[in-house]
Design a protein around this ligand. Structure first.
Ligand code: ADP
Ligand code: DP6
Length: 333
């Protein structure tokens, strides 16, 4: 009753922002993402009749009560599906900063879904895994798949039509995603709390909903046509609209810091110099930049000159979930 799985993080090109059902993690809007090659989570789950409680070890440390509660709540769902009530030891390692806007929750819950269901002897397809992962963290449903991925919001109240599916594989369009690290400190307001406050209090939220489905359709068209400029333009505008909703919340908040502005300005500057680059920002100050592979070094060098930039990781589209053997887990990646 033990299995190990690896899932990669994803960045949202069109953001998931707001839930219509909090307990089932059903989104207000459809979203679109790229799964990244460089950042991932590896999770081993072992169920045992000898345990009376779940145990959660994250990055070699026993996780807090609050984190454990989230894992237990999620595993309860998996136990319900499998009909097996055993408790588990979950040992997970993030190859990405945790809770800093680099989507550790996405890779974390996708890897947990794959490992836990496999450990209980369930051999599930991508759609079923995606629906389960969604109930740990919405964005995790997209990390089940590699490459370019869509998550249609669905209409049904039981969530059976709300899951992610691939749009195009990781090998079909090589673009670069530069992950710009300004801080790896955990954010003050989680995505969960931020989107809830925005839905409930921001007068700008209706503006978000009025345009996001069109952004989703246009971005998907741009991906299929491999139209870089169109995709970058829509992605950047969509991120700005999402972050604008937080300024109207009560109390207002923003995920940005001064470095975020520095990077945004440099991206605009690069465009005026003829280098096609576009930014997006998830729930945190760090910025991700889309550019052409042939220009990734130029963009990286320009950004490294900004004093607030601590590091830049050059990523490309990456794979979906993988199951690992015990010996694979021990190998250094
Ligand atoms: P991020 O930008 O990293 O996704 P969030 O605040 O949205 O930040 O999510 C962070 C939360 O995701 C953590 O507090 C934890 O509950 C969950 N998480 C992170 N890593 C893992 C993991 N490896 N396994 C399970 N859950 C994880
Ligand atoms: C801004 O998936 O972390 O990154 O479903 O509450 O766990 P929960 O939220 P989460 O939110 C991600 C928000 C985002 C946009 C995105 O990834 O689409």
């Amino acid at each position: 009753m033990r299995a190990t799985a690896r899932a990669h993080t994803n960045i949202a090109l069109i953001k998931y922002w707001g839930k219509r059902d909090e307990s089932l993690f059903l989104p207000m809007n459809s979203s679109l993402s790229i799964t990244l090659d460089k950042f991932f989570t590896t999770t081993t789950v072992e169920f045992c009749s000898c345990l009376t409680e779940d145990v959660f070890v994250l990055n070699n440390q026993l996780a807090s009560e609050q984190e454990l509660t989230k894992i237990t709540r999620f595993l309860d769902r998996v136990r319900e599906i499998s009909g097996k009530g055993y408790r588990a030891i979950v040992n997970s390692t993030n190859n990405v900063p945790t809770a800093a806007g680099f989507a550790s929750s996405a890779s974390g819950f996708a890897a947990l879904t794959a490992a836990a269901t496999k450990a209980l002897g369930l051999n599930l397809d991508g759609t079923t895994l995606s629906k389960i992962a969604r109930q740990g963290s919405g964005s995790a449903c997209r990390s089940i798949h590699g490459g370019f991925v869509e998550w249609r919001k669905g209409e049904k109240i039981d969530g059976s039509d709300s899951f992610a599916k691939p749009v195009m594989s990781d090998k079909s369009w090589n673009i670069s995603i530069l992950s710009v690290l300004l801080t790896s400190k955990p954010k003050g307001i989680s995505s969960r709390e931020g989107m809830k406050r925005t839905v409930e209090t921001s007068p700008f939220y209706s503006g978000w909903l009025a345009s996001v489905e069109q952004d989703f359709l246009s971005a998907k068209e741009a991906i299929r046509a491999r139209d870089f400029e169109k995709l970058g333009t829509i992605m950047e505008a969509n991120a700005m609209k999402m972050h604008a909703t937080t300024l109207g919340a009560n109390p207002p908040f923003s995920y940005w810091n001064s470095g975020t502005f520095d990077v945004m300005q440099e991206v605009h500057n690069l465009r005026t110099l003829g280098i096609q680059s576009y930014f997006t920002i998830d729930a945190g100050p760090n910025v991700k930049i889309l550019c052409h592979p042939k220009e990734e070094q130029i963009v990286q060098e320009a950004l490294l000159k900004i004093p607030t930039v601590k590091a830049i990781h050059i990523c490309h589209p990456g794979p979906g979930i993988k199951y690992l053997s015990d010996s694979d887990r021990l190998k250094k990646y």
